[in-house]
Write a protein that binds this ligand. Structure first.
Ligand code: AP5
Ligand code: ZN
Length: 215
């Protein structure tokens, strides 16, 4: 499969993408995870990006497009297909992605929007716990880890993301509505859009995603 997952912070992109990766033997490219790994490694890009991310802003299109381009070309897991999570996030990113994939002879097949009202996102975001190395996410109440504050797979510590606070979330939602939501219309026009009700329990969201992919 070659698809993008679109949705506001907390919609469930990072929760559903691993299901898709496994089901379709595709790669899962999450630009937020890639940026957080740069932050953890304290690279020049990471230090610059951290300021923007903590304030809930968007990193430049140029940087994000080249990051995705590099992964799609070099990551062998992406040969069978890819699930993009958190990219594209602006109209220019969507246009560049289209152009790049057409040049590579493997255009996008589906753009799935995880639809959910803003009010439901605050509790999802403030209760989230993540395993930094893998990007796996849990929730204090909705999806608790088996052992308190430890990753189920590695047993390593879980942490809260530095942008998972009410203040930064407000700005992330603002950026979503202003800069990212227009890409929904972009994909509606090209005929590859499908929408799923993301306020349902994770298992229901997953089966709805499979339905709209025709599986
Ligand atoms: P990014 O990491 O992409 O953050 P985001 O878009 O804000 O999305 P989240 O990761 O917060 O939400 P999610 O949908 O993955 O939710 P999850 O499944 O974890 O980006 C971070 C930052 O990086 C951006 O703000 C920006 O600065 C920068 N950036 C990244 N990409 C960029 C780009 N292309 N261009 C420019 N800048 C970029 O779920 C959330 C919680 O809810 C979890 O605890 C989960 O367990 C729980 N949950 C999930 N589903 C359900 C459900 N159905 N019911 C109940 N609980 C649920
Ligand atoms: Zn995510």
């Amino acid at each position: 499969i070659r698809m993008v997952l679109i949705g506001p912070p907390g919609a469930g992109k990072g929760t559903q993408a691993p299901n898709l990766k496994e089901r379709f033997c595709a790669c899962h490219l999450a630009t937020g995870d890639m940026l957080r790994s740069q932050v953890a490694q304290k690279t020049e890009l990471g230090l610059e990006a951290k300021k923007i991310m903590d304030q809930g802003g968007l990193v430049s299109d140029e940087i994000m497009v080249s990051m995705i381009k590099h992964e799609l070309l070099t990551n062998s897991e992406c040969k069978n297909g890819f699930i993009l999570d958190g990219f594209p996030r602006t109209i220019p990113q969507a246009q560049k992605l289209d152009q790049m994939l057409v040049e590579q002879g493997r255009p996008l097949e589906k753009a799935v929007e995880l639809k959910i009202d803003d009010e439901l996102l605050v509790s999802r975001i403030t209760g989230r716990l993540v395993h930094p190395a893998s990007g796996r996410s849990y929730h204090k109440t909705f999806n608790p880890p088996k052992k308190d504050m430890k990753d189920d797979v590695t047993g390593e510590d879980l942490v809260q993301r530095s942008d998972d606070n009410a203040d930064a979330l407000k700005k992330r939602l603002g950026a979503y509505h202003q800069q990212t939501e227009p890409i929904v219309d972009f994909y509606k026009k090209t005929g590859i859009w499908a929408g799923v009700d993301a306020s349902q329990p994770p298992k229901t969201v997953w089966s709805d995603i499979l339905k709209c992919l025709g599986k």
